[in-house]
Write a protein that binds this ligand. Structure first.
Ligand code: DMJ
Length: 525
């Protein structure tokens, strides 16, 4: 019985993986044929448009999905194409948040996966490389937004001229607190601490603005630190702030970030959770302001599972899945007391969050309910959203009207999480389906053991490798130690003794370290 069940299971997951690949290529090829170099495909008119900037956003966002689906040659082609065609020196007002999660995150992830894709790597990789330089280039364009008295960033920046003097100082909470993953990655790979520092400064400033009952609102004036929208919840405008506290804590092994999250979580559970739904409440009083479930909130069970809060994650997922079953998708807003959609928020722009949670929960529990959600999602998207030119935002889940838009997160996140849900042995889950196992060597003489510590997905589903961060920052630290030792040896005064630095596991070859640190064997350790 077990063998038959297992064989059937494998057959159905293989079929699902093939269907997901076809879904990806239907949209991807159509983007290339009809929309490139614009940011997005318009799936009803079969053409393209710039939306979040003018940087072929869909291609940057989809780049790592190509590799994850096993297409190394196309990954290599697109990685080179983007280097030749994308220019961030443009007079465009861009969202600091979206540019960070989609462009910086997408390029960082592609850079870190370039080794697996068989790209030719420059000697310093993963601590240097062309895609890393592009990511850094894009992130530098965002830095002027952080030059505020509070350290909290403006929401929009002109990529050529910096922040406009007329720019509004009102930013959403997620727009202040969703940088640490990409910016710490940049800093630790390149050795330039600026990025991580500005992200941390913004996080600490935001933390200080929480209410007496431990909640944050939805929009804040980053200059006066006044909360302009005081609804506290886990959805739109806030979501990825909490996500980055948890994932930042894991990726950077950072207790400060975890402490912040756990304190928020206590207040969230206390004031906003009812029957495993999460509502919106007034941030100072804790009184309910909106008894609504938003589709963006569906990332929460996945995040809870990362923290080990499985029971509550499973129950919340069931609530959200019941909404999916009711409509064949998640409406943007769902009124919990009425059990129905909210006026003007009936759409489903092919968002990934419920599928993302299903992926985490399937890994944590092995329960096939989560695969069933995956099949339901595949079926719905094929039936409701497919057009001859791609997949379209569902304008209204009640009558299946469509909008002429395919957001770049469809290929970056929705398709990727679906694929990873049905491939639990994928290398991103620590499995060995990609040939030689779950890790690879990198760095000078192959001292970096990459991928061995698992991957952290940024909020746009771009996987980041904590091992690479560790390896590059250790490499820089070791080089500094060597420089210090050399300088000290040169500058020794007569009679002064050399004091070797504390020994750490070397990142550079031991022999080169030994040639300078020969004295390590002469002391009594
Ligand atoms: C994506 O850009 C990211 O997941 C973001 O955190 C929220 N919105 C979309 C997907 O719904």
């Amino acid at each position: 019985h077990i063998t038959i069940h297992y064989t059937l299971y494998l057959q159905s997951t293989n079929t699902a993986l093939q269907r997901i690949k076809s879904m990806f290529y239907h949209a991807y090829n159509s983007y290339l044929d009809n929309a490139f170099p614009y940011d997005e495909l318009r799936p009803l008119t079969c053409d393209g448009q710039d939306t979040w900037g003018s940087f072929s956003l869909t291609l940057i966002d989809a780049l790592d999905t190509l590799l994850i689906l096993g297409n190394h040659t196309e990954f290599q082609r697109v990685a080179s194409l983007l280097q030749d065609t994308v220019d961030f020196d443009i007079d465009v007002n861009a969202s600091v948040f979206e540019t960070n999660i989609r462009v910086v995150g997408g390029l960082l992830s592609a850079h870190l996966l370039a080794g697996r894709a068989g790209m030719e790597l420059e000697p310093g990789w993963p601590c240097s490389g062309p895609l890393l330089r592009m990511a850094e280039d894009a992130a530098r364009k965002l830095l002027p937004a952080f030059q505020t008295a509070t350290g909290m960033p403006y929401g929009t920046v002109n990529l050529l001229n910096g922040v406009s003097p007329t720019e509004t100082p009102v930013t959403c909470t997620a727009g202040v607190g969703t940088f640490i993953l990409e910016f710490a990655t940049l800093s630790r790979l390149t050795g330039d601490e600026t990025f991580e520092n500005v992200a941390r400064r913004a996080l600490r400033a935001l933390w200080k603005t929480r209410s007496d009952i431990g909640l944050v609102g939805n929009h804040i004036d980053i200059l006066s630190k006044k909360w302009v929208a005081q609804d506290a919840g886990i959805g739109a405008g806030v979501d990825s702030y909490f996500e980055y506290l948890v994932k930042g804590a894991i990726m950077l092994q950072d207790e400060e970030l975890l402490t912040m999250f756990l304190e928020y979580d206590r207040a969230i559970q206390n004031y906003t959770r009812f029957d495993d739904w999460y509502l919106w409440v007034q941030m100072h009083k804790g009184t309910v302001s909106m008894p609504v479930f938003q589709s963006l909130e569906a990332f929460w069970p996945g995040l809870q599972s990362l923290l080990g809060n499985l029971d509550s994650a499973v129950r919340t997922f069931q609530n959200y899945y019941s909404v999916w079953r009711q409509f064949g998708g998640l409406p943007e807003f769902y009124s919990i007391p009425q059990g129905y959609t909210v006026d003007k928020r009936e759409g489903y722009p092919l968002r990934p969050e419920l599928i993302e949670s299903a992926m985490y929960l399937f890994r944590a529990t092995g329960d096939h309910t989560y695969l069933q959600l995956g099949l339901d999602a595949l079926e719905s998207i094929e039936r409701i959203a497919k057009t001859p030119c791609g997949y379209a935002t569902v304008k209204d889940l009640r009558d299946h009207q469509l909008d002429n838009r395919m957001e770049s997160f469809f290929l970056a996140e929705t398709v990727k999480y679906l694929y990873l849900l049905f491939d639990p042995a994928h290398f991103l889950h620590g499995g060995g389906s990609e040939g030689d196992g779950s890790w690879e060597e990198g760095g000078e003489s192959g001292e970096c053991v990459l991928g061995a510590g698992g991957f952290i997905f940024n909020t746009e589903a771009h996987p980041l490798d904590p091992a690479a961060l560790y390896c590059c920052s250790r490499h820089a630290q070791d080089q500094q130690e060597l420089r210090d030792v050399l300088l000290k040896s040169i500058a020794l005064k007569p009679g002064e003794k050399k004091t070797p630095p504390l020994l750490t596991c070397p990142v550079q070859p031991f022999r080169s370290r030994l040639s300078i640190l020969g004295q390590v064997f002469t002391d009594n350790t």
